[in-house]
Design a protein around this ligand. Structure first.
Ligand code: NA7
Length: 281
């Protein structure tokens, strides 16, 4: 199966590397072409334009930043208009469920299939091939392509009609945002009561509410350094998309507010855990 891949950001590059390692032929494209260099060295081909990607591929993946980027690809550049009968397009970007449904309907007009398949997991799981793929769309299309998710993930899950993947992604990242804010609040509260950060972080990680995330973020909090593993701006985006559904419950609504404030305070390019800087203010 020949694959086309559009979008070589922090997530796209390691995922394509895993597809290449698994033996797939991948033709890549990125708005900023230089980012394809490493992949070409590892065996990918690089398409000159979007048309070349769609025409040379059986299945086309997109993984770009947000709704505007996805719409620019699919609608302004009319990707589906270039499609072969029955061609499958998989969007792995995190976008609003509304956008996923809009693109599903657009694909239908051109007899193409569209799957929303965002992932749970950031750059390290992308490198390790241990993402979780959350898929929505027609089940027959999912069955046709689900093997392609194996090199990049520990599991893929078909969740139902179009936008189910996007909805599940917002739900899991809602929990991530709440959890990260919760860790920050616990540490800051404890500190105010005279408990050392390192002691509190040990207690959290060893307790019943200790999670992979609390262990993973402990060094950052201790050193007060937040290089982005998952950028705060992406979390702020995901919480904004969840908020746009008007269905956030109290803690989620509060996390939404906190992350928007952190974004306004220029913390967006730091790691999601830098929300602690916002709360410490
Ligand atoms: P990055 O590292 O910020 O990369 C974003 C990618 O999206 C990058 O390839 C960009 O191309 C591309 N992009 C952004 N806007 C456009 C437009 N308008 N047209 C075409 N391509 C565009 O994001 P991640 O890889 O970390 O994340 C990808 C998704 O997964 C995102 O939805 C996250 O929330 C989860 P560039 O290199 O700037 O030319």
């Amino acid at each position: 199966m020949k694959l086309g891949w559009i979008g070589l950001g922090n997530m796209g590059i390691p995922i394509v590397l895993n597809l290449l390692k698994a033996g797939y032929e991948v033709n890549v494209y990125n708005r900023t072409a230089e980012k394809g260099k490493e992949l070409v060295e590892k065996g990918a081909t690089q398409g000159k334009n979007l048309q070349e990607i769609v025409e040379s591929s059986d299945v086309v993946f997109t993984m770009v930043s947000d709704d505007a980027a996805v719409k620019s690809l699919y609608l302004e550049n009319n990707l589906f208009g270039l499609a072969k009968e029955g061609q499958v397009f998989i969007d792995m970007s995190t976008v609003s469920p509304h956008t996923s449904r809009e693109l599903f309907a657009e694909a239908k007009k051109f007899n193409a299939a569209f799957i929303d398949a965002p992932v749970s997991g950031s750059v390290q799981p992308a490198k390790d091939g241990t993402l979780i793929v959350l898929a929505g769309g027609e089940e027959s299309a999912y069955q046709q392509v689900k093997k392609l998710f194996e090199p990049m993930s520990k599991m893929s899950i078909y969740l139902g009609e179009s936008s189910s993947g996007s909805n599940a992604k917002l739900a899991i990242n809602l929990l991530l945002g709440i959890t990260v804010q919760g860790i920050a609040e616990s540490v800051l509260f404890a500190e105010k009561q005279g408990i050392k950060k390192e002691d509190m972080l040990t207690i959290i990680s060893e307790s019943a509410v200790g999670t992979a995330i609390s262990k993973m973020k402990t060094p950052s909090i201790l050193h007060n350094e937040y290089p982005a593993a998952f950028a705060l701006k992406h979390m702020a985006k995901d919480l904004r998309l969840a908020n746009e559904t008007d269905e956030l419950l109290p803690i989620g609504a509060s996390a939404y507010e906190t992350f928007q404030q952190a974004l306004a305070n220029n913390l967006g390019d730091l790691d999601v855990m830098a929300v602690i800087k916002q709360l410490a203010n």
